[in-house]
Design a protein around this ligand. Structure first.
Ligand SMILES: [Zn+2]
Length: 364
């Protein structure tokens, strides 16, 4: 039988498990899945954790493709062909044996509008019912639950029942930004893969394969900060790139401001937390990135900075500060993020943060 290269191998012809899977990066997790498929030891439940846009959903889908792929003469049974009907339908979310639940779907199915801030017990019940079905076409069913970190305890306890009596021929894949948000009893029943940021070279290569203009790839890969999902969305929507640049600009302005103006922004940010939780976290992560860049520039590691687009301003900002003051700035933002996670009153957390920042040159 003719052996051939997997059609989804990367264009440079490099081989290896991570390059054969239709995902950007995450070689270790992909290799583990490939091995499990090869050995016929697919678990009943997995958890993929990592930041939004890092590639959790893509990896879950690739896993399902690898198992349900209909091409028989694959070089490696653990690698999907990417072109058969099953692979294509999974990629488009149209395969009957691969179902995905998330907040967006939940909102669409809800009879009444209202808060949609967490996966509900109703959604978990639907998911449970789905796990009872036999595979329609393939050898196995895959049920993907995204936004799993948003489940409150009752929803998690309902899910636990499914995990305690795993239905045969079903694999449940939970996707979460934060594994710690899940009950230990749930975590202990999951095979956990933590997905870290994808390196910039891999993102550049992916954008090149997508046909993105070469003058944009470097900037998009930089701004993506290890999240291919963001890079892909931004490649298709230039407004995202502008928004990101504006957010960085705001963070630099915040740090460059006088004590008074910093406090005003801190209070405004704290006030916004209730309604725009994710946006506030994103703004603070950006501020943390600026502080880290201050330190990297100070240490001469200019090629490692997150925001090379703002390097001149960031370097100027740091001029009056000692390294110890910069380190204190980094610590203050990390503490604020931890406080917000721990439900400290938002305004207290953001105010305490800016009060630790060293005076800027404009503070007078
Ligand atoms: Zn296939």
């Amino acid at each position: 039988m003719a052996r051939r290269m997997s059609p989804i191998a990367d264009e440079a012809g490099r081989s290896g498990p991570e390059r054969s899977w239709p995902v950007w990066g995450h070689a270790r997790a992909a290799a583990a899945f490939r091995e499990a498929i090869g050995a016929g030891r697919i678990s009943h439940a997995y958890l993929l954790s990592g930041p939004t846009g890092v590639g959790k959903r893509a990896l879950a889908r690739a896993f399902a493709q690898a198992v349900l792929c209909q091409t028989d003469d694959r070089m490696d049974a653990g690698v999907p062909c990417g072109v058969c009907s099953a692979c294509r339908r999974i990629a488009h979310g149209a395969h009957p044996d691969v179902e995905a639940y998330d907040l967006e779907l939940q909102a669409r199915l809800a009879e009444r509008g209202g808060k949609n801030t967490g996966i509900t017990i109703d959604t978990v019940r639907q998911l449970r019912a789905a796990t009872a079905l036999r595979p329609m076409e393939g050898s196995r069913r895959f049920i993907i639950l995204d936004d799993a970190e948003t489940m409150q305890s009752p929803a998690q306890e309902a899910l636990l029942k499914t995990l305690e009596e795993p239905p045969p021929l079903v694999t449940l894949i939970l996707l979460a930004t934060d594994a710690e948000a899940l009950l230990p009893t749930i975590r202990s029943r999951l095979q956990i893969h933590e997905l870290g940021p994808v390196d910039e070279r891999t993102i550049v290569a992916g954008l090149n394969r997508m046909g993105v203009a070469p003058e944009r790839t470097q900037m998009l890969a930089r701004l993506a900060q290890g999240r291919p999902g963001w890079a892909i969305r931004a490649a298709n929507d230039p407004a995202l790139e502008q928004e990101r640049l504006a957010t960085i600009e705001q963070a630099v302005e915040w740090i460059a401001a006088s004590r008074y103006d910093r406090l005003v922004t801190a209070i405004r940010t704290g006030d916004a937390f209730g309604k725009r939780r994710d946006a506030v976290f994103a703004d603070l992560e950006t501020a943390l990135g600026v502080w880290r860049d201050l330190l990297l520039h100070r240490l001469g590691l200019d090629d490692r900075v997150a925001f090379p687009t703002h390097a001149d301003r960031i370097i100027a900002l740091a001029t009056p500060w000692t390294t110890a003051e910069i380190v204190r700035g980094i610590g203050s933002v990390q503490a604020c993020l931890a406080d917000l996670e721990a439900n400290v009153r938002p305004k207290l957390a953001t105010e305490a943060m800016v009060l630790q920042w060293p005076n800027s040159a404009t503070a007078g």
